[in-house]
Design a protein around this ligand. Sequence first.
Ligand SMILES: Cc1cc2nc3c(=O)[nH]c(=O)nc-3n(C[C@H](O)[C@H](O)[C@H](O)COP(=O)(O)OP(=O)(O)OC[C@H]3O[C@@H](n4cnc5c(N)ncnc54)[C@H](O)[C@@H]3O)c2cc1C
Length: 626
Amino acid sequence: MKTPADPKPNLKDQGKLAPTSVIDTSKMSQEERAALELAEASRVSAGPKNSFAGSLFMGSPDLEPIFPFPAQSIEDEDQGDAFLSKLETFLEENVDADEIDRTGEIPDEVIDGLARLGAFGIKTPTQYGGLGLSQTNYSRAAMLLGGVCGNLTALLSAHQSIGVPQPLLVFGTEEQKQKFLTRTAKGEISAFALTEPNVGSDPAKMSTTAELDPATNEYVINGEKLWCTNGVKAGVIVVMARMPDSKPGRPKISALIVEMDAPGVEITHRCRFMGLKALYNGVVTFDNVRVPKENLILDEGRGLKVALTTLNTGRITLPAACVGMAKTCIDWCDDWAFNRVQWGQEIGKHDAIAQKLAKMKADTFAIEAMVRYVSALVDADKKADIRIEAAFAKMWGTERGWEIVDDTMQIRGGRGYETADSLKARGDDPVPVERFFRDCRINTIFEGSSEIMRLFIAREALDPHLNLGGPVLNSTLPKKVRAKAAFKSALFYARWYPAKWLPAFSAGKGVDKRFRSDMRKVKSLSRKLSRRLFHSMLRYGPKLDKKQVLLGRFVEIGAELFAMTASVAYAQHLLNTGKAENANDLVKLVKYFCKSSRLKADGLFRNVRNNADSEGYKVARIGVDA
Ligand SMILES: Cc1cc2nc3c(=O)[nH]c(=O)nc-3n(C[C@H](O)[C@H](O)[C@H](O)COP(=O)(O)OP(=O)(O)OC[C@H]3O[C@@H](n4cnc5c(N)ncnc54)[C@H](O)[C@@H]3O)c2cc1C
């Protein structure tokens, strides 16, 4: 039986509303309002179109973009293979990741060798001296690097996922590309400077300023940036700075390219961390630094758009690196768990360890499926709106990555906790789980922390509802506007809501019979997700955005459904093209993943209704208010 097609929300008039008119800011503090208004103003106004991940929250998953899996073409794969095999050989022959970790320095020969391979311009088009490879091949390079050395991954990723190349590829003028991409592709290191001592997740408080000097047509930058990865070695960086506000309370943030040898630029401190010991990360200060007007990326006041768009694509690199790390962990664990005998049998045959191994393997496959899917979307369209997909991959992939390295430590027992140097010194196999553990922890914090990713995805998930229902609840809008919005949303929901109670009879076009029950489950869980989200909107109204953990559960359910679908679609692609090493094992792995993921979603649904969130919120302040 076919279920009726979803009515499409008519958002024609909503575009005329101010960006924040869908959210009632009247009861917020000035600071809260400024942060929210800035975030809203830098969003792309309408939610992503044709987004499979986004459609999950509206209860009618649009499988078209993901089935069949948008696989890499043979030609593109061959191009990637040629580079990856050189990179792999280089890493094997020239890189001692433990030594880099021990000394906290990357040898110059390694940096130079990587530059000669073209590793600093992987995605940069050949006309600017780069390799001109696809996003998928770039992600594959991150997977390879992630399985070997976190420091090199961070060096190359900060340089080209968020440093000068990425924003210029999307927004740069031809002159900017000619001038800077030709340098960065050859190996001149770049970086991205947004964070400040008082600006972490919330850029509204940015204090670095850039003012135009009309006499010279130069911007003059003053301020301090914190934790700028690669800043210590960079020749050129992107700096986010605030220009004189065009509207009170609405900071005008812009993105500027700054030469690190410009007078007034200084690295005042090299930051050191728990892991990623050889990160060239520093505090950068700007004292009346003059930057030519041509170095402005996009327009004045569009800096956050530049930053957010850059990060959308840039953040795919982190889960990609987690795939590599996880595969290395799996190799170590397989080797250990099926050789180490305790209590009469190999530890991998004890159920507690076997279940960890199974989860590691299934999760790794799912992260890779997500990363490859999002990368393929970018390859199909450089300006594709991948906000939700990339955020899902970043949040889910880095969280699973962390669990995988944690489980690896547990499986390796005491040897997991011992440093590679110490293991080696006493003649044991120097497996560097401890280094991986330290290097991996940051992944859920930088390039959009897990908490911010949940808020970001929730905002996008709620977008169609906010556009329809938000103005109705927004007390700052005129009554007439609210009444019109109420009528329109009543019409929409009268058709939309009943359809969300119908069972999912079909798995979707093109789904292999072995996975049909899993995909039917995805569909029915997606409907349930949309209903529960809708009920929560009715229950909490504008206060829903304060219920972060509740919203987080919805986001996590969405992520599970996305991971299930990406896994099924990618597995089907591997099976159909004969690329699966062992077809039966692959089906078993993906079906196990789907079952576990579905059970996780069931648990999250239970916790939507039954939780201790209100109590927890109060308990958090115990000992603080006294
Ligand atoms: C090793 C390293 C490398 C880095 N590299 C760079 C770089 O190259 N360029 C750059 O610009 N920055 C860089 N950063 C900064 C990094 O992106 C920030 O650490 C990150 O954005 C979080 O900011 P913060 O640490 O100030 O945390 P805060 O924003 O102070 O947040 C602290 C905690 O509160 C949570 N939180 C914050 N706001 C909310 C909210 N509204 N709701 C719920 N929870 C919230 C956060 O998720 C986090 O858990 C780097 C940091 C490190 C440690």
